[in-house]
Design a protein around this ligand. Structure first.
Ligand code: ADP
Length: 458
């Protein structure tokens, strides 16, 4: 049954909240923002038709995690659907269920998908069931002896990872068995502090891989398509910094195999809405690592090369439309084509010369780039904005699109250089170095790129 969505609440902040409001407005849907006390002057508050304070008396982060507070705002104001964005409650099963109980549409996959993919050990099991390549690994380990046993069986290096991990946290690489005890204890305590559970597992460490991920969309009728891949190998501390679509270095044959595997997994679990299947690629082999059952920061570049609006598709899928209906308008898989190359740079308020420490303060001057083939997704990027230490440091996403990768990189460099941001430090100089580095321009980079290229900090 198709339900008509008239009003959407976005349970998020910053650039992604604004991105979702824009999608709603174009679909003639009213928008509702929530904001914490600390975000009283935040831009997303003013970009919605209505805005309500949430999480009174709670800590800044907890305000956006206030399930009952958000549900109450939604019910009081005639909201019929909630978009969780990324992070915060986007993968929270309890939240998805509460929405369902209250008859509010949760714009995302079903709670069973959040359950199977929010936990990386469960996700690995699903990948195995779908018979796609998975990195040799363990189930949850409950003692260092089990870790050492894994090391003896599979050799070093291996990596200890938090089952509920995200954002590159709760991971420890082990190069020799002597390091196992300390790494295990640290991974556990980091996992507990960041994700509330100290469950960890072990995976063989793939040396210098590329991070390749496939964008998936599925509707409620079993139709699933992929929108090709993104190369997110430019990482710092396992976190993405610059993303590229499509990958410059992937052979057509490997691309096809990876995209097919992603679709196979999605079909095997009757996946619904937007999701990303992530893989590591090394020596012409690929291995599943995890699924992100939500919209991702880097969805912009896939939109640029396919002309498919992922966020609007999410809303329309949640409303009950068929992927191939005139409302969503996604072609059959064989007719989905990519054109050109898109690059996204994450401009953050971090100081590259001080170990990327987040900076805070008032932005006195803010002038951005722009022009043909450029897309800007900003959160609090404006003159007079006050950047606090309470939330993540993403300031603006700069995405460029051109017919060739080098042209797209040249456009990116020109744009990054056009920015004038005063009053707060940013990683702009670092990003400029990345997009003109020869390893980047030739596609000969992997996840070790930033660590092994110290001149990026010059
Ligand atoms: P998160 O959910 O925190 O983003 P992921 O499992 O997606 O964690 O991994 C993030 C990054 O960490 C990967 O892109 C890769 O660079 C590195 N990584 C994770 N697992 C492995 C592994 N088994 N071998 C090598 N690198 C890994």
């Amino acid at each position: 049954m198709r339900k008509s969505i008239k009003k959407v609440l976005v349970a998020n902040r910053g650039e992604i909240a604004i991105r979702i409001f824009r999608a709603c407005t174009e679909l003639n849907i009213s928008t509702v923002a929530i904001y914490s006390k600390e975000d009283s002057g935040a831009y997303h508050r003013y970009k919605a038709d209505e805005a309500y304070l949430v999480g009174k008396g709670k800590k800044p982060i907890d305000a956006y995690l206030d399930i009952e507070g958000i549900i109450e705002i939604a019910k009081m104001n005639g909201v019929d659907a909630i978009h969780p964005g990324y992070g915060f409650l986007s993968e929270n099963i309890e939240f998805a269920k509460r929405c369902e109980e209250e008859g509010i549409i949760f714009i995302g996959p079903e709670s069973k998908h959040l359950d199977m993919f929010g936990d990386k050990v469960k996700a690995r099991t699903q990948a195995e069931l779908a018979q796609i390549p998975v990195i040799p690994g363990s189930g949850p380990v409950s003692s260092v002896d089990e870790v050492i046993e894994f090391g003896k069986q599979h050799g070093v290096p291996f990596i200890i990872k938090a089952s509920l991990g995200g954002g590159g946290r709760g991971m420890r690489i082990v190069h020799s068995l002597e390091e196992a005890t300390e790494a295990y204890n640290r991974a556990k305590s980091e996992a507990k502090a960041a994700f509330g559970s100290d469950e960890v597992y072990v995976e063989k460490y793939i040396q210098n891989p590329k991070h390749i991920e496939v964008q998936i969309l599925g509707d409620k009728y079993g139709n699933i398509v992929h929108l090709y891949e993104r190369d997110c190998s430019v990482q710092r501390r396992h976190q993405k910094v610059v993303e590229v679509a499509p990958s410059v270095s992937l052979s057509a044959e490997l691309r096809e195999r990876i995209c097919e595997a992603a679709v196979k997994l999605a079909k095997n679990v009757d996946y619904v809405n937007a999701g990303t299947m992530e893989f590591l690629v090394a020596n012409d082999e690929f291995y599943f690592i995890e699924v992100n059952p939500r919209v991702q920061v880097e969805h912009t570049i896939t939109e640029m090369i396919t002309d498919i609006d992922i966020v609007q598709s999410q809303i329309l899928i949640a409303e009950g439309h068929n992927l191939h209906s005139s409302e969503i308008g996604i072609p059959q898989q064989e007719d989905i084509k990519t054109h050109g190359y898109a690059i996204q740079s994450r401009v953050t308020t971090e100081d590259p010369l001080n170990n990327f420490m987040p900076d805070t303060g008032r932005i006195n001057v803010y002038r951005s780039g722009g022009g043909f083939g450029v897309r800007l997704d900003a959160g609090n990027g404006f003159q007079g904005s006050v950047i606090t230490s309470y939330y993540d440091s993403l300031l603006v996403k700069v995405s460029t699109h051109a017919t060739s990768f080098r042209k797209s990189a040249a456009k990116m460099l020109r744009n990054l250089r056009e920015f004038r941001i005063r009053g707060i430090k940013t990683n702009l100089p670092f990003l400029e170095n990345v997009v003109q580095n020869e390893k980047f321009l030739t596609g000969e980079y992997d996840t070790s790129f930033i660590d092994t290229t110290p001149e990026l900090l010059d």
